[in-house]
Design a protein around this ligand. Structure first.
Ligand code: T4K
Length: 387
């Protein structure tokens, strides 16, 4: 806990002496991490499908109930390999309201992301907008389970089937989550997780592509390792997508604490819900209690009826060393790279634009205590009262 006692009126110093970040990493069983690291050093096996990576992959398959887990060195490479392994071409429909990696995995491979709008109630892809974005060049739909709340799979899969399109998920936010009681990882042709340091479950850098399709899994594994089959035989286009053993050690140490991480996130989310409930114009995004959730993002919409605007609130929090974020502002289609390119200048996504202008994401995870959250809610209440 790094909070200073509140001064009367506006604090002369930031209320938090150390910055409180969104995305502060969770660190699980340190003793296990050190033991595994020592084992790795003793064995002198540091990468290339080592024993720790294999253990982690097996543990993830068990947790999710999926046939194959292909661990990779980050989620973006996971997306790229998934795109290549399914031979996508031309245009691919994605949300604009996402981290830019979803779109850039496509641009990097010479494909064209076509942005569809979101449902403002869920922040996930709106199936009607997806339908409207389909052209003869469309080869696939890549929805995102934003904030860990699963996208509407039944509707999206029906659209994909009707139009003969591939469907797979950017599940970067949704490790440990479910939809209709079925674990994320079992939807679409495959699903791609990110295990980046800022995710509630991390392997420093890392990710995984999971699938129930044996042939696709085989191709993903070849592509992750330069296309090698055996020592001297390259049978597939490939890249270096391998996860290092030290990353798998971190994954195994964090997996052991997964339930604790989720419980802390859930408790924090509840504390925010209580602390913000009386404030006008603020809507904290909830999670369906009937599903498994990781609660890793605390997402607040700052509505027009809130006396302080979203950016005013961000400023008030930052002045007190609370480094809240306005993910995923301004939406990919309004970022310079896309906005300035032919085909994107006229893209209008009213729901994406409205939500991107309202959202603020607050700190949570094992680095944020209940007292910290109480102070953050107080800062927000003061900013609202002062406006
Ligand atoms: N798809 C989606 C939907 C994604 O959200 C992401 C990644 C991907 C695909 C791609 O997966 P990866 O290839 O990354 O595995 C961060 C993460 O870097 C990124 O992984 C994540 N999404 C995104 C939502 O957040 P930035 O640009 O916000 O990072 P940065 O450096 O501003 O850090 C975020 C906060 O975390 C800061 O407040 C500082 C804090 N932090 C960060 C690190 C690395 C720490 O306190 N300690 C740390 O070690 O992207």
């Amino acid at each position: 806990m790094s909070a200073k006692p509140p001064a009367s009126g506006r604090a002369p110093h930031p209320r938090f002496s150390d910055p409180l970040h969104v995305g502060r990493p969770n660190i699980g069983d340190e003793a296990l991490f050190k033991t595994l690291t020592q084992q790795m050093l003793d064995a002198r096996w540091l990468s290339n499908n080592g024993p720790l990576v294999q253990q982690l992959e097996a543990a993830i398959c068990d947790l999710i109930g999926v046939r194959h887990c292909v661990a990779v060195n980050n989620g973006t490479i996971g997306l790229e390999i998934a795109i290549r392994a399914q031979d996508l071409t031309g245009e691919v429909i994605v949300p604009s309201y996402t981290f830019v990696a979803t779109a850039h995995a496509l641009t990097w491979l010479g494909l064209t992301p076509v942005f569809a709008d979101i449902d403002p109630a869920t922040h996930n892809l709106d199936p009607d907008s997806v339908r409207a974005a389909i052209t003869p060049k469309t080869s696939a739909i890549v929805p995102v389970h934003l904030w860990g709340r699963a996208a509407p799979d039944a509707e999206l899969q029906a659209i994909a089937d009707e139009h003969g399109l591939k469907l797979f998920y950017d599940a970067a936010h949704a490790f440990g989550c479910s939809l209709g009681g079925r674990m994320v990882g079992n939807f679409g042709a495959c699903e791609v997780f990110s295990f980046h340091a800022t995710k509630f479950f991390n392997t420093f850098e890392g990710g995984a592509v999971v699938t129930n399709d044996d042939a696709l899994a085989e191709r993903l594994k070849l592509m992750r390792n330069f296309g090698f089959s055996g020592f001297d035989n390259v049978v597939e286009r490939g890249t270096n997508g391998k996860m290092a053993e030290i990353c798998a050690a971190m994954g195994l140490a964090n997996l052991r604490c997964l339930d604790r991480f989720v419980e802390i996130n859930r408790r924090n989310h509840q504390a925010y819900a209580q602390g913000l409930s009386a404030l006008p114009g603020l809507r904290l995004l909830g999670f369906d209690p009937a599903e498994r959730n990781n609660y890793q993002y605390v997402v607040v919409e700052v509505g027009a009826d809130c006396p302080v605007g979203r950016d005013g609130l961000l400023e008030a929090l930052q002045a007190e060393n609370v480094l809240a974020r306005r993910y995923f502002w301004p939406g990919c289609h309004r970022m310079a790279f896309f906005r300035d390119r032919a085909g994107y200048a006229d893209v209008a996504l009213p729901n994406t634009e409205a939500i991107a202008d309202q959202v603020i994401v607050l700190p949570t995870g094992t680095g944020a205590g209940l007292e910290d959250i109480g102070q953050i809610c107080e800062i927000i209440a003061e900013a609202v009262a002062a406006s």
